[in-house]
Design a protein around this ligand. Sequence first.
Ligand code: ADP
Length: 268
Amino acid sequence: MSSALKEFTPKADVPFYQATGHEEQLFETAWQRKLPLLLKGPTGCGKTRFVSHMAAKLGVPLYTVSCHDDLTAADLTGRYLIKGGETVWVDGPLTRAVRHGGICYLDEVVEARKDVTVVLHPLTDDRRLLPLDRTGELLEAPDNFMLVVSYNPGYQNLLKQLKPSTRQRFLAAEFDFPDARTETDILMRETGIDHDAAEILVRIAGAIRNLAGVDLEEAASTRLLIYCATLLKAGVSFDDAVKAAIVEPLSDDADIKAGLHEAIGIIR
Ligand code: ADP
């Protein structure tokens, strides 16, 4: 265990995360050095699980926000609300993490409104400040605050790329689907299916990932494989499970779906 982790008492219930490289070490160093971290990678490849795992290991609260195109800076910092006839200020998740310590994880940060980057920039400076214009406060982030953001570069939406001036404020790590052996282990560990079944699902995913970009916008993620394995474990037939957990979530196009079923049939 590294020195960064020794300073904290890990919680008993650390969510399972199978490392695929040196990402845990990078996270610990970023935490220790008070640097913000950007995780890049396709959806469902383990970014969120990794952050929950690290937060639990470090024994700090985790504030996760799934960003969407209506999410504004006020959703993160907080707002005045009327409670029992009085107007009270209620901290948003980012402010809570800065005020009390913890990791704030902004999932798919590029989806959020532009004003979000305005509140993130001063927090990623070495002064680590969060100005709250509405309350007139200027909060200084404590040592046990860390900002982690993720985004999926694969969407190829130029309007939704992270600006260089923002991304250069973060350490960055690229995530991808685990290698076949690791992914097989993850499926077995997460769902309890046997090795042979897990291996078939991973081979199916491999074949579909080779098609990605050609016919499909997104490849079959580890998350979809977990869903499929969960259905198999619950006694759902193989054909029904792959249809519900892999083919239908990936496409609406009848030809593409037929192609996927064919590719799956060959592997099976
Ligand atoms: P992302 O945040 O990248 O969209 P998630 O972290 O939600 O993806 O991953 C989806 C699911 O896949 C997780 O809930 C977990 O079950 C599984 N998973 C993916 N990668 C890993 C890994 N390396 N170790 C353990 N579980 C994983």
